[in-house]
Design a protein. Structure first.
Length: 214
């Protein structure tokens, strides 16, 4: 039986993405849990790679808050594609077509969680973690970086801070297996401080949160 691998925030970390793809089974389906774009050093190339996987049927790409921010911000679009407004508009259309959730057998994946009405919320954290009523079964989310995969009841948090020097994680909901590769190295992180395209647009940089499994 083919399995699924839900992948945490890539954030333009192309080298880590390619390393992860090289070790995941080619027959299994990939679910990118949003925030493929934003923050990292290779946003455009990473987006192209994941879009190609999506178009080829190998992967599903879910909408994250950084994809939504790019859709909503002409300034970000200009900074990413300064001489190519037609390409920027094509990407706005692509990102606008991304689904908010992926449904598996007894589990779902979405970027951050669900609100009290059961609708996907791209920014939610504690209210979902503390109030989830189990209606969707097991829920795999990214969005909040931590030092490792964390389980909070039926919620699994898989963002492990690749863009901050942590790891890029893939989680298999069918088996609870975890595959991880190193994210940005220290020299890449230093260079990335000068190259980030969206740190100043309505958000302060996050840091990996040392949350223990619970």
């Amino acid at each position: 039986m083919n399995r699924h691998w839900v992948i945490g925030d890539v954030h333009g970390c192309l080298d880590a993405l390619e390393a992860l793809l090289s070790v995941l089974p080619e027959q299994d389906h990939l679910v990118f849990c949003g925030d493929v774009v934003g923050r990292g050093p290779d946003v455009q190339q990473t987006a192209e790679q994941v879009w190609t996987l999506r178009q080829g049927g190998r992967a599903t790409w879910l909408l994250g808050n950084h994809e939504q921010r790019l859709i909503d911000s002409p300034e970000l679009q200009q900074r990413l594609w300064p001489q190519a407004p037609d390409i920027a508009q094509a990407w706005v259309h692509r990102l606008g077509s991304l689904p908010l959730l992926f449904e598996g057998n007894g589990w779902v994946a979405t970027h951050a969680g669900f609100d009290q009405q059961g609708q996907p919320d791209l920014e939610i954290r504690e209210p979902f973690w503390n109030g989830y009523d189990g209606r969707f079964g097991r829920v795999v989310v990214a969005h909040t970086p931590g030092v490792d995969v964390r389980e909070h009841g039926e919620i699994v948090l898989i963002d492990t801070g690749a863009v901050y020097g942590g790891r890029l994680t893939a989680f298999c909901p069918e088996t609870s297996a975890v595959v991880q590769v190193q994210g940005l190295e220290p020299d890449e992180r230093a260079n990335n401080t000068e190259r980030r395209i969206d740190a100043s647009i309505g958000e302060s940089p996050a840091s990996p949160i040392p949350v223990a499994p619970c």
